[in-house]
Ligand binder design. Structure first.
Ligand SMILES: *[C@@H]1O[C@H](CO)[C@@H](O)[C@H](O)[C@H]1NC(C)=O
Ligand SMILES: *[C@@H]1O[C@H](CO)[C@@H](O)[C@H](O)[C@H]1NC(C)=O
Ligand SMILES: *[C@@H]1O[C@H](CO)[C@@H](O)[C@H](O)[C@H]1NC(C)=O
Ligand SMILES: [Zn+2]
Length: 980
């Protein structure tokens, strides 16, 4: 109660103070002293959006028996401490928590916080919705979650809240694409604290903890200052003053225990060690850790004293100058220091904390959750685009769309998409994402009722099509309309599969034209899934061609003899491995597959004018030491089986080989007429509980890859990997030779020689490698021990952790000739796999022939290499449009096009260009440029980057030529279009 009264008093005092001239940003940074070691003391709290507790348990301080943590109290007490002294600083990192707290504050508190932000005392750093992982995330979702976080900050506080520095202190390895995205958002630099122990040791030696990351091979300006913290972000070397810590407070009174002398000695000794490893006269010492500052007056009271007594020594000749600061202010000082830094061109994967701990298991951990997250993005992009086309505006609709945006931000957290959270937290993520998808699906329904000729259509989404289950078609698919939404820019053709009974169907398009279709049996292993209803056992397959929206009508028919056109094909089993033949051949005009009937395995692939023997199989690592984070090999991988049972279904549209490897692994290999890739649909689990296992698949070819393979960085550019090698250091391969060669595969992995390349595309993030020439390996599923040595808490993870789970997914194989532009087809496939048609189901009776479908803007005018990355409602009268040239400097070219037609189609009156996140005018972008070693003379003045091209800015009265857009390879441009 006493405390409360005090708080109020302080608030009133603060509000009554005349508003000072608002100075935020670098201008508000503390003064530093030349010829001193300037110690930037950075108070911070690392608040995970879910890990051992759920997001809400962390926010409210619930279930403190699991972990003592309550973010609402952190922000409450930090704010009341900041008010007391204008010199105090704090950085707020996770916008999801801050936004939740903000909503609950009174107007008075809000005014106080605005003042703190406007004076640079409360500084937003990173500012995304959560602190995203960097291995398993797709760039699409990273951009989105920064857009959401920065938009909240901009709308709430304006430009003073704009973060300038990336703060990725906890993720377990760092991607080049993340650095590239920071540069494209106008950030000045990024800091993190985890790096391979050998890399870090070397960098300590040669003062290269800070570097210039050349984060893109295609984009010239994607250079970012990148700094590694001297020690782990939670390590404060005896100076943790938090209520969670046990370090000595600073006792400065007249007491026998007075420890000022020794505490200051110790601190200065530590600062001297840090200063010896950095190039300027500035060092940053973060003080904080997981969920610290819950009782912030303890922290600030002691930090105040620390600062006072360290600086008091200056009177006696000490050269140490300490003050409250922020990572942004530290970077600002470093920038003015005009030093040169080493460059960095690859990434920081895999992360090894010691010679036996390579954190590569989390690339695959919780494969079903990793897939569900991709479904979330799929619905999010679908709902965003449809909301724009239908101009959805109700409060409920806006709320529903925002909710999915936010939950997708939470899913990017480094303890969410990584699969490293506790089981109960994983269940909570599933609940949140499911609810959010359902809400956004309602928006999609509302939009489609406006946009199509089914004003009363149901537009049901079937979320279990991955196990061939759909309530809408389970009794009968008679007179069903499937409305397909294509999130991509260009008209594409894709095969559609609908769960049906074994009956005869006729499929027609919107013009009433008959579309060829086939009825294919579903693998019995899928039918046997214990939680599946088994009301249907077949799928109707047909090829659909969709610009943005198209509907197909499915009708049950009676088989009529002699009428070839109306006879839908039903596929029957044609081969089993009891047959005499030693080989089975499946062939379309594009692809020929040869299956060895003895082993039951794929043997040869013929496509794109090439023939290659490719054997594909599954294997396991039996492990004892693996956990959700690390993959620790105890024995060599063992290949599972060479006695695979086969069933082959040979149709006109689709040809399938159903393989059974053992009781818990099966697969369907599939080729479609006219599709130039081979599909492998795997089903794994439950993994037997006898001992922990990691399940992998291997594609073994004769391609002489000579130790080299390639993996994507968050679904954008590729990075060359050389077996057993790193860019900057010699890795320690003694204990974990395989795990040390595992890399994140977010969308593709490939290898090649001078003639051929073998490419695998996946449907979720996985870990992958090439341990032998010609061989690609992907980890698909894991059943690992619950304990994790990395953490000291023995009961960190529940014992039932995902063990019983069955995972189902797809890989796509492309065998391609090595030619410069041949990868284009792979990149197009990748987009289709990431954002296929979304299927909506309605009854045919709801079709209203008088209702005209609303015309939509045509994105086909965009060049083929341009991706419609984002189209979403931004504010009530604004739309965000993001376009990307998704080919890199080797595959693609500079492309130019005009967006006037799209602008008009969206009802635009004005258009402006912003940084990648949509929240800052591109013309205002000005970010730090640092000097890289070996790139000429160091400038005598601080340098900056501004936008490399003139920001597009136009209105509807201007000539069409003002709307021309040029995209370099890999360039993304973001526009805000104001509508009528
Ligand atoms: C400075 O030196 C004097 C003389 O040794 C000593 O008495 C005083 O305590 C010192 N001050 C600080 C802040 O250490
Ligand atoms: C599913 O239903 C079909 C048709 O009734 C039946 O033949 C099959 O055995 C069922 N499968 C399972 C696993 O229940
Ligand atoms: C990186 O630095 C090295 C040596 O200083 C230099 O040769 C190389 O060109 C630089 N690379 C980039 C991409 O700047
Ligand atoms: Zn964390």
């Amino acid at each position: 109660m006493k405390y409360f009264a005090f708080f109020l008093f302080v608030l009133l005092f603060a509000v009554d103070t005349k508003p000072t001239e608002a100075v935020c940003g670098y201008e508000s940074c503390p003064e530093t002293k030349p010829n001193f070691v300037n110690i930037h003391l950075v108070p911070h709290s690392h608040d995970d959006a879910g890990w051992l507790k759920t997001v809400d348990q962390y926010f409210y301080g619930h279930k403190n028996n699991i972990q003592h943590a309550g973010v609402q109290y952190i922000i409450d007490t930090v704010v009341s401490e900041l008010i007391k002294d204008p010199k105090r600083r704090f950085i707020q990192v996770e916008t999801s928590f801050f936004a939740k707290w903000w909503k609950q504050q009174s107007e008075t508190v809000k005014q106080v916080v605005k003042k703190l932000v406007n004076e640079g005392r409360l500084e937003f750093t990173n500012g995304a919705w959560s602190m995203n992982d960097e291995a398993a995330v797709n760039y699409h979702s990273v951009i989105d979650q920064f857009t959401v976080g920065l938009k909240f900050l901009d709308e709430t506080f304006g430009a003073c809240a704009r973060p300038r520095v990336g703060w990725q202190i906890d993720p377990f390895g760092h991607s080049r694409e993340q650095a590239s995205l920071y540069a494209q958002m106008g950030y000045d630099g990024e800091f993190f604290s985890r790096m391979d122990h050998k890399d870090k040791a070397r960098r300590m030696e040669d003062l290269s903890l800070e570097m210039i990351w050349d984060a893109s091979e295609s984009l010239s300006d994607a250079k970012l200052f990148t700094g590694l913290l001297y020690s782990s972000y939670w390590e404060t070397s005896g100076f943790c003053f938090d209520v969670l810590c046990r370090d000595d407070p600073i006792i400065d009174g007249d007491s026998y225990d007075n420890n000022v002398q020794t505490r200051v000695d110790d601190f200065i000794a530590y600062a001297a060690k840090v200063a010896a490893k950095f190039r300027t006269t500035h060092i940053m010492i973060p003080l904080g850790g997981d969920f610290q500052y819950e009782d912030a007056h303890i922290n600030y009271k002691n930090m105040d004293k620390l600062i006072k007594y360290v600086n008091a020594r200056q009177a006696n000749g000490s050269h140490y100058n300490i003050f409250y600061s922020t990572p942004g202010c530290y970077l600002n000082s470093v920038h003015k220091g005009l030093q040169s830094y080493p460059n960095k061109t690859q990434d920081f994967f895999p992360y090894a904390s010691d010679s036996n701990s390579f954190w590569t298991g989390y690339y695959t951990s919780r494969p079903t959750q990793k897939r569900f997250e991709r479904d979330g993005n799929h619905m999010l992009q679908t709902a965003k685009q449809l909301s724009v086309f239908a101009d959805l505006k109700s409060e409920q609709q806006k709320e529903d769309l925002d909710y999915l945006r936010q939950i997708m931000g939470v899913m990017q957290n480094h303890a969410a998409i990584t699969g490293t959270e506790k089981q109960a937290v994983s269940n909570d993520y599933d609940r949140l994402l499911y609810d959010a998808i359902i809400g956004a699906a309602r928006n999609a329904q509302d939009a489609l009722r406006v946009l199509t000729n089914l004003p009363d259509g149901e537009f049901e989404s079937c979320l279990q099509l991955n196990i061939s289950e759909c309530a809408f078609t389970q009794d009968s698919a008679d007179n069903v309309v499937v409305t397909l939404f294509n999130p991509l820019a260009h008209t594409t053709s894709q095969y559609v599969r609908v769960p049906v009974k074994e009956e005869n169907y006729q499929v027609t398009d919107e013009k009433g034209r008959l579309v060829a279709s086939e009825v294919v049996p579903v693998a019995w292993q899928v039918l046997a899934l214990r939680f599946r209803k088994n009301t249907t056992q077949h799928e109707l397959v047909f090829k659909a061609s969709v610009n943005k929206i198209a509907s197909y009508h499915i009708k049950k028919v009676v088989r009529r003899k002699g009428n070839a056109i109306f006879r839908p094909k039903r596929l029957k089993k044609v081969v089993t491995n009891n047959d005499e033949e030693s080989e089975t051949v499946l062939q379309t005009s594009l692809i020929k597959l040869v299956i060895d009937n003895n082993s039951g395995l794929l043997k040869t692939v013929e496509m794109n004018g090439l023939v290659e023997d490719i054997e594909q199989n599954f294997g396991v690592y039996n492990t004892k030491g693996s956990c959700l984070y690390s993959f620790r090999e105890d024995e060599p991988m063992s290949v599972l089986s060479n006695d695979v049972k086969l069933a082959v279904y040979d149709g006109d549209l689709v040809k399938e080989v159903h393989q059974e490897f053992n009781e818990w692994i099966s697969q369907v290999i599939r080729i479609y007429k006219g599709v130039n890739r081979v599909e492998f649909e795997w089903l794994i689990g439950p993994i037997p509980q006898t001992n922990p296992k990691e399940v992998i698949t291997v594609f073994d070819s004769g391609i002489s890859s000579e130790g080299t393979f390639y993996t994507d960085s968050n679904g954008r550019e590729t990075i060359k990997r050389e077996r057993d090698k790193r860019e900057d250091f010699t890795p320690d391969l003694e204990n974990q030779p395989t795990s040390a060669n595992y890399y994140p595969v977010t969308s593709r992995i490939y290898l090649q020689d001078n003639r051929k390349r073998m490419v695998l595309l996946n449907d979720r993030s996985q870990g992958g490698t090439s341990m032998n020439d010609g061989e690609l390996e992907l980890m698909l599923h894991r059943s690992v021990l619950s304990t994790n040595e990395v953490q000291s808490v023995a009961d960190l993870f529940d014992s039932d952790l995902d063990q019983g789970r069955i995972a189902h997914g797809k890989l796509f194989l492309i065998l391609n000739a090595l030619a410069k532009k041949n990868t284009v087809v792979e990149r197009l496939s990748e987009k289709e796999i990431h954002l296929p048609f979304w299927k909506f189901f309605s009854s045919y009776s709801k079709v209203n022939r008088n209702a005209a479908a609303k015309p939509l803007p045509d994105f086909n005018l965009l060049p083929k290499s341009v991706h419609l990355l984002t189209l979403e409602p931004f504010t009530d009268d604004e739309v965000l449009l993001r376009v990307e040239n998704f080919l890199d400097h080797i595959e693609g070219n500079v492309v130019s096009f005009n967006i006037r037609q799209i602008f008009d189609g969206l009802g635009g009156v004005e258009i402006r260009e912003t940084t990648l996140d949509g929240n800052m005018p591109l013309s205002e972008m000005k970010r730090f440029k640092f000097h890289a070693e070996g790139s000429g003379a160091v400038s005598t003045e601080a340098e900056f980057y501004t936008a490399a091209h003139k920001a597009l800015s136009a209105d509807s009265s201007m000539e069409a030529s003002e709307f021309s857009v040029t995209l370099n390879p890999m360039q993304i441009r973001t526009f805000i279009i104001r509508k009528k």
